[in-house]
Design a protein around this ligand. Structure first.
Ligand code: SAM
Length: 235
C-alpha cells in the first residue's frame, strides 16, 4: 500500500517526512492517476510502482542533497516529479515547476492547490525562459528528470542557476558515458561536475544517480541556444 511503501522507504533513505505528508502523497497520486486517463502524465499506473518509481525516486534525491529552504526550479516537471514530490517532503523549498505543455502546467497548478502547497507553475520552454531576466540565474537549484541527455539538459538547466548554486540531474545507474560526454558542456555553461551520488530505490534493486553540478561562473550570454541548435550541435 502506498502509505506503507512511502513510510518504510523514507525511513530506509534516512528521510523524516513532515506530518501529513503521507496523506498528501495519496491525494497527489489519486490526482495523477485520474487525469492520466485524459492525457498521459505517467506510464506507471500501478499504485505501488508509482510510489516507488516516482515518489521514492524523488525522495532519493532529497536523501543525497539537502535542499533546505532553497529556491528550486524543476525543468520539464511533467506530472511534477521530482519537484512536487520534493515539496511534500521538504515544504521549506520555494518551488517553481516549469513545463512546455500547457495541459501539464494546468495539472500541476491544480495538484499544488489540492495539496495546499504554494508552487509557481510556469508554462514555457526552458531554452526561452533561461534567457529571461526574471528566471536567469535566479535559483539555488535546478532539478530535472527524464527530459534530455545530459549535455543538452545542462544547456536547458544551467542558465537558471545562481553562481554558487547547483544543477541536479536525475539519471540512471548506467549513465557513465552520458555524464562523461557532458563534461565539456557543463564547463562551457559555467559549471563543474562536483559529484555523482547514488541511491537504491527502496523495495527495488534499481540504482539511481544524482549528477551534482556546481555553478562556478555565470553562464555565457549565447546560452541557452534554440532547441534545434542544442540538439543538432550539443556542446
Ligand atoms: N520530469 C517528469 C518525470 O520525470 O516524470 C516528466 C518527464 S517527461 C518524459 C518530459 C517533460 O519535459 C515533458 O512534460 C515535456 O513537456 C517537458 N519538456 C521537454 N522539453 C522541454 C523544454 N525545452 N522546456 C520545458 N519543458 C520541456
Amino acid at each position: 500500500m502506498l502509505e506503507d511503501i512511502l513510510a518504510g522507504g523514507a525511513n530506509a533513505l534516512g528521510i523524516s517526512l513532515p506530518e501529513g505528508a503521507l496523506t498528501q502523497y495519496r491525494i497527489y497520486l489519486d490526482a495523477l492517476l485520474s487525469v492520466n486517463a485524459e492525457f498521459n502524465l505517467t506510464a506507471i499506473e500501478d499504485e505501488d510502482q508509482a510510489a516507488r518509481l516516482h515518489f521514492l525516486d524523488a525522495l532519493g534525491l532529497a536523501s543525497r542533497f539537502d535542499l533546505g529552504a532553497s529556491s528550486v526550479i524543476d525543468v520539464g516537471a511533467g506530472g511534477g516529479i521530482p519537484g512536487l514530490a520534493l515539496k511534500i517532503a521538504a515544504p521549506d523549498i520555494q518551488l517553481t515547476l516549469l513545463d512546455a505543455m500547457a495541459k501539464k502546467v494546468g495539472f500541476l497548478s491544480e495538484a499544488a492547490g489540492l495539496l495546499g502547497l504554494p508552487a509557481r507553475c510556469v508554462w514555457g520552454r526552458a531554452e526561452e525562459l533561461g534567457r529571461a531576466p526574471e528566471y536567469r540565474e535566479r535559483f539555488d537549484v535546478a532539478v530535472s528528470r527524464a527530459v534530455a541527455r545530459l549535455n543538452s539538459l545542462a544547456e536547458l538547466c544551467m542558465p537558471f542557476v545562481k553562481v554558487g548554486g547547483h544543477f541536479l540531474a536525475m539519471k540512471a545507474a548506467d549513465s557513465d558515458s552520458e555524464i562523461a560526454e557532458a563534461e565539456t558542456a557543463v564547463e562551457k555553461l559555467g559549471g563543474r561536475l562536483a559529484d555523482i551520488r547514488e541511491y537504491t530505490i527502496p523495495g527495488t534493486d534499481i540504482i539511481r544517480r544524482v549528477a551534482v553540478v556546481e555553478k562556478t561562473a555565470p553562464t555565457p550570454a549565447p546560452y541557452p541556444r534554440r532547441w534545434a541548435a542544442i540538439q543538432k550541435r550539443p556542446l
